[in-house]
Design a protein around this ligand. Structure first.
Ligand SMILES: Nc1nc2c(ncn2[C@@H]2O[C@H](COP(=O)(O)OP(=O)(O)OP(=O)(O)O)[C@@H](O)[C@H]2O)c(=O)[nH]1
Ligand SMILES: [Mg+2]
Length: 244
């Protein structure tokens, strides 16, 4: 399983990546510190595996692994090539799930690309870029499908209908993962590879003082509401402490 660590620049993605993988990649207080994606493979700790290994006297124990990909920060307009641009969306496309890191710590020493800490705005910025990228994918599908329909191929009508419904949904700012799919849609979803249909987990990066009192942090509260609306889980960490 491959999980992409995604978020605005300078929110702590590489710090979290280092905490998870002990890889020691560059994390520094400037936006776009990461350009090429960092990849780390981590074994999933599972006590049961050793017990089973002893029971069956196996020579080799192979734990399940998760591959983490620390992706460059996305900014407003990324889907149109802004910031480090479009290629990062393709790095996200290759993952099975998204870990969306959101800055919830106040620290005037650490640069925020938008100048202030605001999880709602930040999440919307990233999610909109992902939605824009998905809309482009859909528009290509609609184009192709439209041509087939014109040439009199009636069977494409259902497909076109699905694309149009999904397009309206995305255009209203919602992710494909929460789309009310109908039974006949499944046939058309399997080769879409939409970014916003990937499972997502929100990671609230909080300051050291806020560990264990997350509920008092209004940023965390805002993020948990966003996660709930997106049918997703949220966890809180203090990336810098975890890395240490
Ligand atoms: N105070 C505080 N600083 C943090 C925390 N997490 C990360 N930082 C700092 O924020 C800065 C950016 O962290 P990175 O992990 O490089 O951020 P990134 O999201 O990978 O940034 P890009 O690669 O530029 O997109 C570094 O100076 C970190 O030390 C935290 O929990 N608290
Ligand atoms: Mg980084």
């Amino acid at each position: 399983m491959k999980i992409g660590i995604v978020g605005l620049p300078n929110v702590g993605k590489s710090t979290i990546f280092n905490a998870l993988t002990a890889a020691g990649v560059d994390s520094a207080n400037y936006p776009f510190c990461t350009i090429e994606p960092n990849v780390g493979v981590v074994a999933v700790p599972d006590e049961r595996l050793n017990v089973l290994g002893r029971m069956y006297a196996t020579k080799k124990i192979t734990p399940a692994v998760i591959e983490f990909v620390d992706i460059a920060g996305l900014v407003k307009g990324a889907s149109k090539g802004e910031g480090l641009g479009n290629q990062f969306l393709s790095h996200i496309r290759e993952t099975d799930a998204i870990a969306h890191v959101v800055r919830c710590f106040d620290d005037t020493n650490v640069v925020h690309v938008e100048g202030s800490v605001d999880p709602k705005r930040d999440v919307e910025t990233i999610n909109l870029e992902l939605i824009f990228a998905d809309l482009e994918t859909l528009e290509r599908k609609i184009d192709r499908c439209g041509k087939m329909l014109k040439s009199g191929e009636k069977k494409y009508k259902l497909e076109m209908d699905f694309y149009t419904r999904l397009k309206d949904w995305l255009e209203s700012g919602k992710a494909a993962r929460s789309f009310p799919y109908e039974e006949q849609d499944s046939e058309f979803t399997k080769d879409l590879f939409l970014l916003t249909s990937k499972p997502i987990i929100y990671i609230a990066n909080v300051s050291e003082e806020d560990i264990n009192r997350e509920s008092e942090n209004p940023h965390v509260k805002a993020l948990s509401e966003i996660a709930r609306a997106d049918h997703a889980e949220m966890i809180t960490v203090c990336a810098s402490i975890e890395q240490e």
